[in-house]
Design a protein around this ligand. Structure first.
Ligand code: SAM
Length: 244
């Protein structure tokens, strides 16, 4: 359903309130511009399969906003690994203007879109990096530079943990957005958690409904307890062939 600006803003505001998230007028305006850019650019490059206004509100914005409950306002910086069209990175950067966000993705076309979003929304708290997570950490020397790493829909948990662990400071944490089969992924990740010095500190479950269909989602809060052994991350070939 195509919504006019007021309807879009009103609906987003109400749906966020239902999840106990309060958005300011400035944030709501920014989300509306972001949605328009997403739809416009999606006609030229593949950014998202979700193009209906209400579905964008629920499956992208509300879904990603769920993370704000688990992020302390006092953190200095956050990296979003495999941000794609900016989920959850842009959503969180709108919500937390005082936290510095690094948005990383392997596909340059998506970074070009994100550059336009950053400019049109006048976001001052975003750094964009093009490259593969397992390479950028060495090339850009980003070892243990971040308080928090976030990620949605990028890889199976053991692979994702190897990608993101090196970026996070000791005692820092990961906010990993997953679906309802998260328990299976956790079982597959026991070895990766041990090797990479990680521990799950919380699991959260939430859901939202679109056209009578309930979407069950989860968020894992994972803490890094010690430094990542220097041999990680391995190169992509090894990670893919032999996940931890
Ligand atoms: N996080 C976004 C979301 O939830 O809409 C995008 C999800 S999309 C399915 C996965 C994204 O991760 C793609 O944009 C892809 O380019 C990126 N990606 C996958 N592996 C990556 C890696 N090793 N390093 C950087 N980006 C990666």
């Amino acid at each position: 359903m195509k919504m006019n600006k007021n309807d879009f803003i009103h609906t987003l505001c109400k749906e966020a309130e239902k999840q106990r998230i309060i958005l300011t007028d400035d944030m709501l305006e920014k989300f509306e511009i972001y949605k328009n850019l997403l739809i416009e650019w999606n006609e030229k490059i593949n950014l998202t399969a979700i193009t209906d206004d209400y579905e964008i509100i629920m499956k992208h914005f509300i879904d990603c906003l769920e993370c704000v409950k688990y992020i302390d306002k006092s953190v200095k910086n956050i990296i979003d690994v495999g941000t794609g069209a900016g989920f959850p990175g842009i959503v969180l950067a709108i919500y937390f203007p005082n936290i510095e966000f690094t948005l990383l993705d392997a596909l340059n076309k998506r970074l070009i879109f994100l550059q336009d979003v950053v400019e049109k929304l006048s976001l001052k708290n975003i750094i964009l990096i093009h490259g593969r997570a397992e390479e950028v950490v060495r090339i850009n020397n980003l070892y243990e530079k971040y308080d928090v790493a976030v990620s949605r829909a990028v890889a199976q948990l053991p692979v994702l943990l190897e990608y993101i662990s090196p970026y996070v400071k000791v005692s820092g944490k990961f906010i990993v957005m997953k679906g309802d089969s998260v328990e299976d992924e956790i079982k597959l990740s026991i070895n990766a958690m041990n090797i990479l010095n990680l521990k799950i500190i919380n699991k959260y479950f939430y859901s939202y409904t679109v056209e009578n269909e309930e979407y069950k989602r989860s968020i894992l809060e994972i803490q890094k307890t010690k430094e990542t052994p220097t041999k990680y991350p391995r190169n992509y070939g090894k990670i893919k062939k032999k996940p931890l």
